[in-house]
Ligand binder design. Structure first.
Ligand SMILES: Nc1ncnc2c1ncn2[C@@H]1O[C@H](COP(=O)(O)OP(=O)(O)OP(=O)(O)O)[C@@H](O)[C@H]1O
Ligand SMILES: [Mg+2]
Length: 398
């Protein structure tokens, strides 16, 4: 169930129009009475005419008393100050009044979080901290343009397995990230919004910064504005990645072509480091230097996973020789195909567009070499997840 509170009945009716089934209340006192008597209530939408401080006080008290109940704040205008205050106080999402589509998505997300919290925390008990739930894979190459974003987007879509696993793709290319563009997403929030939250960031605040893509796949997008990347330090990146590892089955991290502190933070949290290169001397030289650096920094070799992209290019370099020079075996070779840029231009990962394509088959092999049997790749071709895939492609106009 959802409750909407606003002092103006016309505004409340408009919000209800976007949500369908919801009760309308006219004061925060009425909200408190409503949630006392409706223990199954999972979402409160606080309209724009309700005083902000009182709304935040409600969110803060609910965070302790009823953690599964989500408070969504609707404001006439959302700026960083509102967002930061709201997320600090435990508001699950903040949306602009005129963006009714975002409101409906926020309510759907809130209900999902509520369901998960209720399922994971039995009545009266608090959740015990345990080992992290998920596995984290960082995709890296020290040379630009080798295919990191192509691999990370496709790997994340593969691991989501049509909704059977929960996966988040993090764009850690903080200055020039293009995951959102490659997946044709228009994020409302990005990793930059985590800065104002600082150390108080928690699962529900972090979840509100994610953008859904396809069944099972969420994205934490890179900042949209230039220069913001300097404010996202390695400590915050570590905190975000560890939280995400607890929240998702798999976390896939796309990176910039540089060994910066944030990338090292991702390596620290990684169960698998997928190192990608193309079959040309500059890329292989950079891969060799990367391996030497990882060795110096004591990252265990069992976690390294070498992948050659566009591996069938006729460039006169033999794989056994390359492996000998690198001192490490190549685990998967991804062929070159003009269908790859074509699918990126359409915003659909090739593994969803054409699961039988040789490039898709190679990416399934990368997924298996990174995490083992995540699932059967065949599920992407037939069965329920095949249906999820088809409905996603229909929405994309394919
Ligand atoms: N297997 C492939 N076959 C054909 N084209 C490919 C393949 N893999 C990647 N490409 C193309 O190569 C280009 C660079 O790929 P991508 O953006 O994934 O690289 P990147 O490593 O993320 O680059 P950057 O370092 O700039 O972030 C893109 O145009 C992409 O479509
Ligand atoms: Mg990239």
């Amino acid at each position: 169930m959802t409750a909407i509170v606003d002092l103006e009945s016309g505004v409340a009716e408009t919000l209800k129009g976007a949500l369908g089934d919801a009760v309308i209340l006219d004061s925060l006192d009425a909200v408190r009475r409503h949630i006392d008597t409706n223990l199954g209530e999972d979402t409160i939408v606080v309209g724009p005419s309700v005083d902000q401080d009182s709304a935040l006080a409600l969110a803060q008290s609910m965070r302790v008393q009823r953690p599964s109940l989500g408070v969504i704040l609707v404001r006439r205008r959302v700026d960083t100050a509102v967002l930061s205050a709201a997320l600090r106080m435990g508001v699950r999402d903040v949306v602009e009044e005129r963006d009714l589509g975002a409101l409906s998505q926020a309510v759907t997300r809130s209900k999902k979080v509520a369901r998960e919290l209720r399922e994971s925390v039995p009545d009266g008990e608090s959740a015990e901290p345990g080992p992290t739930r998920g596995r984290l894979i960082t995709v890296f190459s020290a040379k630009g343009g080798c295919g990191k974003t192509t691999l990370s987007t496709n790997l994340a879509a593969t691991l989501a397995d049509g909704g059977k696993n929960e996966v988040v793709l993090v764009d850690l290319d903080l200055a020039f990230g293009d995951v959102a563009i490659a997946l044709q997403l228009f994020p409302q929030h990005t990793i930059a919004d985590a800065v104002v939250l600082g150390e108080s960031i928690d699962e529900s605040a972090l979840r509100s910064l994610l953008t859904p893509h396809s069944p099972g796949l969420m994205v934490l997008a890179a900042p949209m504005q230039p220069g913001v990347e300097k404010t996202i330090d390695a400590t915050l990146v570590t905190q975000i990645l560890l939280l995400l590892k607890d929240m998702f089955d798999y976390v896939v991290v796309d990176t910039p072509p540089a060994f910066d502190d944030q990338v090292l933070a991702a390596f620290d949290a990684s169960d698998c480091i997928a190192l990608i290169a193309t079959l040309d001397i500059p890329a292989l030289k950079n891969l060799k230097l990367t391996l030497e650096t990882l060795d110096l920094l004591d990252y265990p070799k069992e976690r390294w996973n070498l992948i050659l992209n566009r591996a069938d290019s006729k460039v006169g370099l033999a794989i056994p020789e390359v492996e000998k020079t690198l001192g490490h075996t190549i685990s998967v070779q991804i062929p070159s195909s003009r269908d790859v840029p074509a699918t990126i231009n359409r915003g659909v990962p090739i593994v969803l567009d054409d699961p039988r394509h040789p490039v898709s088959e190679a990416i399934f092999a990368v997924a298996r070499s990174c995490v083992g049997e995540y699932s059967k790749s065949a599920k992407l071709i037939s069965g329920d997840s095949g249906n999820d895939r088809k409905s996603f492609l229909r929405k994309k106009g394919k």
